[in-house]
Design a protein around this ligand. Structure first.
Ligand SMILES: [Zn+2]
Length: 99
């Protein structure tokens, strides 16, 4: 399990079904919450809203109060070490140029 913290940069390693999280994109952690269901783990806020008062844990379907904020399972992300981020952003920039 990763040691997430607020302000940390992370990169998406999977696409989220909503399309709001895209693999390879870099996000900044705005808030963290321990899972309220039997799945365990941590939910992460990266500044995406969903406009709904309730969120649903995708694997188990448990609903929880999310106040219109989109919480994402930590398994969508991998942490980026601060020393690596400029290098990674450079790589992503280069990839975009090639498209
Ligand atoms: Zn769950």
């Amino acid at each position: 399990m990763s040691n997430w913290y607020i302000g940390q940069h992370c990169v998406a390693i999977r696409n989220h079904s909503s399309g709001k999280i895209r693999k390879g994109q870099v996000y900044t952690i705005r808030s963290l919450m321990a899972s309220k269901c039997r799945c365990g783990g941590v939910y992460i806020v990266v500044g995406v809203s969903n406009g709904a008062p309730l969120g649903e844990c995708q694997p188990c379907g448990v609903m929880f109060n999310c106040n219109g904020i989109h919480w994402f399972a930590e398994r969508l992300f991998a942490p980026i070490e601060e020393g690596d981020i400029s290098e990674l952003l450079e790589v992503l920039k280069t990839e975009k140029h090639e498209l």
